[in-house]
Every structure is written in structure tokens, then in C-alpha cells.
Design a protein around this ligand. Structure first.
Ligand code: UDP
Ligand code: MG
Length: 313
């Protein structure tokens, strides 16, 4: 199978028939063998009924339905598990992404050797103040933290080689950072392509203001976990030791000056409190690092390496 198209959807029953027909037209024109995996993320409208109807007319359409709403990341993750195509495309169900972009995205993967290609909504049809401007800041932060040169991390339209989606796990709300997850998994050829973006035709957006707060926190998490997730002691231990050491040196200095040079009492000097604080914080950081190490020792993922090739085995 050439292509798997994974579509996370939550209450999008009005869009689905048009979207499915459009995808089918593009697939037929290009002669792809394909599957459309519709991930119903616990919709409360008629989305699942529509999927079943569509499936009866087009057997390439497959559906997976969550028992409740778990979020876009969970939907993508489950869709990735099910995908069988050599190339996996993700797109939103609200028809803001255009299926006409699919052939060009595939070409970039297959001919230009990219592991994944992200869409870039250069001209956006969303609300300027609640989405477009915050999203610029957001992408700049993601770019500088991850060192991946993308303009639009959170575009719904993306294309992946099969091995990429099989090696990553999209959890929490990490759907905004799939390129970063791919990079941490060792895939370096990450490209982007300007794609057509369209206004939402039916239904309403499923994410409110919280997207920016959560998105920022997730960015910190991903950065931290990626760098120190497997060796927390190298972060906490280092700063903990430094802090403790500084506090200890100051205490010794205060004690020596009190007992040997008969200066004012230790507790009268502001530095005393600083020294105690530094030692307490240092101990706590060190302990955090130590507990982190114990947890990561027990994690099932601790030796989850991705092997690219083997020979002679
Ligand atoms: N979506 C989902 N689960 C959710 C929220 C959204 O599967 O909990 C889907 C939604 O149906 C759509 C895509 O994720 O297909 C993007 O959502 P939306 O268009 O609301 O986001 P926006 O374009 O406003 O960023
Ligand atoms: Mg949308």
C-alpha cells in the first residue's frame, strides 16, 4: 500500500463526506493505493454514522472510534499504529487542509529523501489575534529550542515515512511537536512545504486559548525530557552539588571568622541565611536527581533504542 491518510476528528460530521470525496478524487487521479483511517475521537455528533456510511461506498475508508474524547494526540497515535502505507499523511478533518497537496508531499519524501515533511500555512485563514500572532511567537520558541527549521510546527497536514510514525509515540498534547519527537527519535531530514490553507467550512474550532499555555508548557517538557529524561542526575545533580558546595563554603567561612577572628555572631550576618538556603536547595535538587535516576532505571523505555540496520545477524 502506498499511502495511509490519518484523519483525527472530533464532531466533524458535516465535513467528512466532502473530505472523503475529495481525497478519493486525488488518489484516483494519481493512481495511489491507499487507506483513509478516520480516527473518531469520541465524537458526540453523527461522525461515526457518517464514517460507516462512507465505508459502505468506499472500502478504502477505515474507522477507529474512541470510547470518549482523548484528544488529537491520542487519535494520531492510534492512527499511526494502524497505518500500513509506506507514506503516512495526517490531515485535519475540517477541510482547512487541502488533499491536493498530497502528491507533492509524497514526492518530497520519496524523491528528495525527507523523513518527514510538515505543511506551512504561510497564508492563514484563522483569527489574526487569537491564533496567527500568538502562533508566530510560539513557532519561534519551538524553533529556537528544538533547532528544527520549521515555520509552522502545528500544521495538521504532514507527511511521514512509515518508519517515522512507527518509532514515535504521540502522547499528552504532543501533537504540536511531532517534528521534535521525530528529531529525538533520530530522524534528521525534516522539511517543510508551503501548503494551501482554507477557512473552516463547517463546525467550530476545538481548541481555545488554553492551547498557548499548554503548548508552551509542553514545549518545556519536551525540551527537558529530550535532553535530560534519561539522565536526570546530570541536571539536578550538577546544580544541586554546586548550590550545596557554595552554601557549605560560606558556612565554613562564617564559622571560621566567628571562632578564630571573633567577629559578630554567625546568625547576625545575612550571608548565613543565604548559606543555609543554598545547602537546603542543593540537597533537594540532588535528591530530585537521584529519585529521577531511580525512576528512569525502572522505566521500560530505558533501553528503547531504534536500530537502523543490522548486518550478519
Ligand atoms: N480534534 C480531535 N480531537 C480533539 C480536538 C480536535 O481529533 O480533541 C481534531 C479536529 O476534529 C480537527 C483537528 O483535530 O480535525 C484540528 O482541530 P481544529 O480544526 O479544531 O484546530 P484548529 O484548526 O483550530 O487549530
Ligand atoms: Mg482547523
Amino acid at each position: 500500500m502506498d499511502l495511509s491518510i490519518v484523519i483525527p476528528l472530533y464532531n466533524e460530521d458535516e465535513s467528512l463526506p466532502e473530505l472523503a470525496a475529495w481525497i478519493k478524487r486525488v488518489m484516483d487521479e494519481n493512481g495511489y493505493s491507499y487507506e483513509i483511517i478516520m480516527m473518531d475521537d469520541g465524537s458526540t455528533d453523527d461522525s461515526w454514522k457518517v464514517i460507516e456510511q462512507l465505508r459502505s461506498t468506499n472500502p478504502n475508508i477505515k474507522g477507529i472510534r474512541f470510547q470518549r474524547n482523548y484528544g488529537k494526540s491520542a487519535a494520531l497515535n492510534e492512527g499511526f499504529k494502524a497505518a500500513q502505507g509506506e507514506v503516512v499523511i495526517t490531515m485535519d478533518a475540517d477541510m482547512q487542509d487541502s488533499p491536493d497537496e498530497i502528491p507533492a508531499l509524497c514526492k518530497m519524501l520519496l524523491d528528495e529523501g525527507f523523513d518527514m515533511v510538515s505543511g506551512w500555512k504561510k497564508k492563514r485563514y484563522d483569527n489574526t489575534f487569537t491564533k496567527n500572532i500568538p502562533s508566530k511567537f510560539f513557532n519561534a520558541a519551538a524553533r529556537s529550542m528544538s533547532k528544527i527549521k520549521l515555520h509552522d510546527f502545528n500544521c495538521g497536514l504532514k507527511a511521514y515515512k512509515k518508519k517515522v510514525v512507527k518509532s514515535i509515540e504521540v502522547y499528552g498534547e504532543m501533537h504540536r511537536y511531532v517534528p521534535v519527537l521525530a528529531k529525538w527519535a533520530g530522524f534528521r531530514k525534516i522539511g517543510e512545504k508551503v501548503v494551501e490553507h482554507r477557512p473552516r467550512k463547517y463546525g467550530i474550532t476545538k481548541f481555545g486559548w488554553s492551547r498557548f499555555v499548554n503548548g508552551f508548557l509542553d514545549l518545556m517538557t519536551i525540551f527537558f525530557v529530550g535532553k535530560f529524561g534519561k539522565r536526570p542526575m546530570h541536571f539536578f545533580g550538577l546544580w544541586g552539588s554546586l548550590s550545596f558546595f557554595a552554601g557549605f563554603v560560606i558556612s565554613v567561612y562564617l564559622a571560621v571568622s566567628k571562632f578564630f577572628f571573633d567577629k559578630t555572631g554567625m546568625t547576625q550576618r545575612p550571608m548565613f541565611f543565604f548559606a543555609i538556603l543554598a545547602m537546603i536547595i542543593g540537597t533537594q535538587l540532588f535528591l530530585a536527581g537521584f529519585i529521577g535516576e531511580l525512576i528512569s532505571r525502572n522505566s521500560t523505555e530505558r533501553n528503547n533504542y531504534l536500530i537502523e540496520e543490522k548486518t550478519g545477524l
